[in-house]
Design a protein around this ligand. Structure first.
Ligand SMILES: [Zn+2]
Length: 445
């Protein structure tokens, strides 16, 4: 049986805590936890509450009360009376197996085993959770590897966020999600174990079904070229209408939502017309694309942190020539175009593309959103209420309300007054298990 051990500083914050003997942190089913919050943004987008108590049992929120209460024998109290409490954050776009160090990754790739990737994924999942992100979509990883990581986390065996996996990104031959830039021997070897590349609608149906069979809970496809791929194909559209339609229709048959990687405005618009749920990146989004966003239900996931990372990496010479050229090209326009879309009021869901840059700094995206013209309260809503809706999990995450998962974080001070406060999350609870307290990791033995 597991029990908590915490540092002295963290223990001091647990005023009146009674940690039930022999209770596993991942499943404190019988224990009632009272999270006492100095301020509580229970429903981002609406006004924050003052002093409140969140009652948690069996990994769920059972009640939210005004004022401070709780502490009867057998219960535990988490004292966040001097903290600002809000729902666990959601990142719509990460790659947990990518290091964020592209040069090193390229040098090591021929010598790495899949098992090495697995340990990288465990480390990145933990960094992400400790940064306050309790749910992520992984938009491009080996299917069996990412579902295995998802399940280890779900079982409470390793700290990490709830993972919604896409398996591999569906792509056309020579496209952003194909194997590219290697010599012919390595290209053949890598291509042999990939099932995400398709040409023509029938083939694209097959590719979607293969990702579902590999564990995809959401389908991602490359509607346009990408900055990170080592192929000089630009950032324009890469897929025909019938291919995109086949992907979306097939995903719907399996009840999956669809995310489209799209930079060029032609790719963004074609994907929106095909009926995708989210547009990732959107660096060349124009007036017509903004109009299409507003006509439909799709969310825009800008991933500005990734743009910042790829440009820095390109300038340091860490990216291959084809990728460097695209990074320097996109830098000229992306922030302006994304800012236009944000200020025009398209629906935005928070995403960082972490793995392109380093993991665990996801919350830096909030500052970029605010700098691009988004109100802080909207930025926080994009990472909670909106992201939960865009994933299709509004019933379980995104707000702090009875019946929802007890995914709860805290910062010191009001993040609406200063969104950079979200870069220092000092309390993290996921599904009722406390993973970080007083800024320190809570260890499970
Ligand atoms: Zn990505």
């Amino acid at each position: 049986m597991k029990r908590f051990t915490i540092g002295a500083g963290a223990a001091a914050l647990l005023a009146g805590a009674v940690w039930a003997q022999g209770t596993a942190p991942a499943a404190p089913a019988e224990t009632t936890t009272y999270v006492q919050a100095g301020a509580l943004l229970d429903r981002p987008g609406q006004r924050a509450r003052g002093a409140s108590t969140i009652v948690v049992r069996g990994g769920k929120i059972v009640e939210v009360r005004d004022g401070f209460s709780g502490g009867e024998s057998g219960s535990r109290v988490v004292d966040l009376r001097d903290r600002y409490v809000l729902p666990g954050l959601i990142d719509m776009h990460v790659h947990l197996f990518s290091t964020g160090r592209p040069l090193e990754q390229r040098l090591q790739e021929p010598f790495q085993e899949k098992e090495d990737d697995a340990y990288e994924g465990l480390r990145n999942a933990e960094k992400t959770l400790m940064a306050g992100f309790t749910t992520v979509r992984d938009l491009g990883s080996d299917g069996p590897a990412i579902t295995s990581l998802r399940d280890v986390i779900l079982a409470g065996e390793h700290p990490g966020p709830t993972v919604v996996p896409a398996a591999r990104m569906v792509s056309v031959s020579g496209g952003h999600g194909d194997v590219n830039g290697y010599n012919r021997t390595l290209t053949g070897a890598y291509a042999a174990e990939r099932d995400n590349v398709c040409d023509g609608p029938d083939d694209c149906r097959r590719a979607v079904r293969r990702q579902v069979s590999a564990g995809a809970e959401v389908i991602k496809f490359a509607a346009s070229g990408g900055v990170g791929s080592n192929v000089a194909g630009g950032l324009g559209r890469q897929m025909f209408d019938d291919e995109m339609k086949a992907i979306v229709d097939t995903a719907r048959l399996f009840g999956r939502k669809v995310a489209a990687h799209a930079h060029g405005a032609d790719g963004v618009k074609a994907a929106l017309r095909a009926g995708v749920d989210t547009i990732e990146h959107g660096s060349y989004v124009d007036e017509e694309a903004i109009r299409l966003f507003k006509q439909g239900d799709a969310y825009f996931v800008p991933t500005m942190l990734a743009f910042q990372s790829v440009v820095e990496q390109a300038k340091r010479g860490e990216r291959p020539p084809a990728s460097t050229a695209k990074a320097l090209e996109v830098e000229k326009v992306a922030f302006r175009n994304i800012g236009n879309a944000i200020r025009s009021g398209v629906r935005v869901a928070f995403g960082t593309d972490s793995g392109v840059g380093q993991h665990g700094i996801n919350a830096r995206e909030f500052k970029l959103m605010v700098d691009a013209g988004m109100a802080p309260t909207e930025a926080i809503k994009s990472a909670t209420v909106n992201a939960a809706d865009a994933i299709g999990r509004s019933a379980s995450i995104g707000t702090i309300e009875p019946g929802k998962d007890a995914d709860i974080i805290a910062v010191s001070g009001d993040p609406i007054a200063d969104v950079t406060r979200l870069q220092n999350v000092d309390f993290v609870m996921r599904r009722g298990a406390v993973h970080k307290l007083g800024g320190r990791k809570v260890l499970a033995e």
